[in-house]
Design a protein around this ligand. Structure first.
Ligand SMILES: [Zn+2]
Ligand SMILES: [Zn+2]
Length: 115
């Protein structure tokens, strides 16, 4: 699933640039940093559809605003969007099955080694 993350990250920075500030979609205030703090950047899909990477759907948000926004699960995502996500997920898994299994093996190996 890493391929998606890379794809929407790349597109996000194509649309909005590599450097802060970005304007939060929820509160409209500037986002000044990336990282793990509540004020840091999250790349948010408005309709919840990770495959819909249009600039109208892929927007910047503060981590804290984003968490509040997602406290209402599925409320923003249409039935059509949900169906598209699950269909696209199935297609992706079918197309990348061996790669995903390989990745799971890597994770398992790393986990075993870490002990
Ligand atoms: Zn915000
Ligand atoms: Zn989101």
């Amino acid at each position: 699933m890493r391929a998606f993350a890379v794809e929407y990250r790349r597109l996000f920075h194509e649309y909005y640039g590599d450097n802060p500030p970005w304007d939060c979609w929820f509160c409209k205030e500037p986002i000044m940093e990336t990282g793990q703090s509540g004020q840091s950047l999250i790349r948010h899909h408005i309709d919840g559809d990770q495959y819909n990477n249009d600039p109208e759907n892929l927007v910047p948000a503060h981590r804290s605003c984003h968490n509040k926004g997602h406290a209402r699960p599925n409320s923003v995502m249409s039935d059509e969007g949900r169906a598209r996500v699950s269909a696209a997920r199935k297609a992706y898994i079918a197309a990348h099955y061996e790669e995903i299994c390989q990745h799971l093996d890597d994770v398992r190996i790393l986990t075993v080694k870490a002990r």
